[in-house]
Design a protein around this ligand. Structure first.
Ligand code: C2E
Ligand code: CA
Ligand code: CA
Ligand code: CA
Length: 279
């Protein structure tokens, strides 16, 4: 609104100016990165806590910056979202993950891949709706939809839930499962579990980390596993950093897990070598 625009101007201080300039620099660099294909996906293995076998991986984007080296998503995803560049970047992520998945399948590895999708990508007004991008990527790479998973974060469900639900339903109707990321950290209430089309809960790593010596965290993790299973959802424990974390989640009947103790996110080639060696 005009009102808030004027206020924003009034509060536009020198220090903010500096921040804005820094952001604009990142935005420009990001536009160049999109054009020059400077992104790369790393894959973090996801294991079955029952068998210990790798069942798939989560695709995590990195920016191979020409001078700064490998840049992690926390320093550019927010800006990509604000500028709308996340749409193009997000399309690339889905396409690349499906290409890699096809390659793994061709080598006889029946793995899954999970991609992160941000709220901005779920807007119905998008020129290339994410559900269509996914449908195309699956078809072009001849991938069965149950091998692709879409991760969304709980907090983003707050804004525009109707649009969000409709987009998620479209994705799900393709046969692609929806994972609720960072479960427990957002602003959600349990009623989201009722209204949103969700197949899997990913328990945020902050709870796993705390669960070993904090009774409250432990109770929360145990409750989430019980609630999840009673709603016929699968559970993924995030941030398994020790054997103790692994054993703990396994003892609760948590279905899947990922974390540095199993493997850090690694380039596609290293991931496939890991899988082939374990076979
Ligand atoms: P996330 O989806 O919650 O991904 C998990 C993050 O935790 C990753 O950080 C991963 O490297 C890190 N992690 C995994 N295991 C452990 C562990 O045992 N201990 C600790 N301390 N950390 C662990 P990363 O790769 O830096 O990604 C950060 C966030 O950036 C992601 O959080 C996700 O929200 C976002 N992101 C990453 N790739 C994409 C993408 O392609 N699209 C979108 N929209 N967002 C992405
Ligand atoms: Ca994720
Ligand atoms: Ca997460
Ligand atoms: Ca996160």
């Amino acid at each position: 609104a005009k009102e808030s625009g004027r206020n924003a101007y009034k509060f536009f201080t020198a220090s903010m100016n500096k921040t804005v300039t820094a952001r604009m620099k990142v935005e420009l660099a990001l536009r160049r990165a999109v054009k020059n294909n400077e992104f790369v996906l790393h894959y973090q293995p996801v294991v079955s806590l029952k068998s210990g076998n790798i069942v798939g991986a989560e695709a995590l984007i990195r920016w191979q910056h020409p001078t700064d080296g490998l840049v992690y998503p926390d320093s550019f995803i927010a800006i990509a979202e604000e500028t709308g560049l996340i749409e193009t970047i997000g399309q690339w992520v889905v396409m690349q993950a499906c290409k890699d998945l096809k390659n793994w399948h061709n080598q006889g590895l029946k793995l899954n891949v999970a991609v992160n999708v941000s709220s901005r990508q779920c807007k119905q007004t998008s020129a290339t709706p994410i559900a269509e991008v996914i449908e195309t990527a699956l078809a072009e790479n001849d991938i069965q939809p149950n091998h692709l998973k879409v991760e969304i974060t709980e907090s983003l469900l707050m804004d525009n839930s109707k649009e969000m639900i409709s987009t998620l339903q479209k994705i799900r109707s393709l046969g692609v499962a929806i994972h609720m990321d960072d479960f427990g950290t957002g602003y959600s209430s349990l009623s989201y579990l009722k209204h949103f089309p969700i197949d899997v809960l990913k328990i945020d790593r902050s709870f796993i980390e705390g669960a070993i010596d904090d009774k409250t965290d432990a109770s929360l993790v145990e409750a989430v596993v019980l609630i999840g299973h009673s709603l016929n959802l699968k559970l993924v424990g995030e941030g398994i950093e020790t054997q103790q974390h692994f054993d703990y989640l396994q003892s609760l009947g948590c279905d899947y897990g990922q974390g540095y103790h199993i493997s850090k996110p690694i380039p596609a080639q290293a991931f496939i070598e890991l899988c082939l060696n374990k076979r």
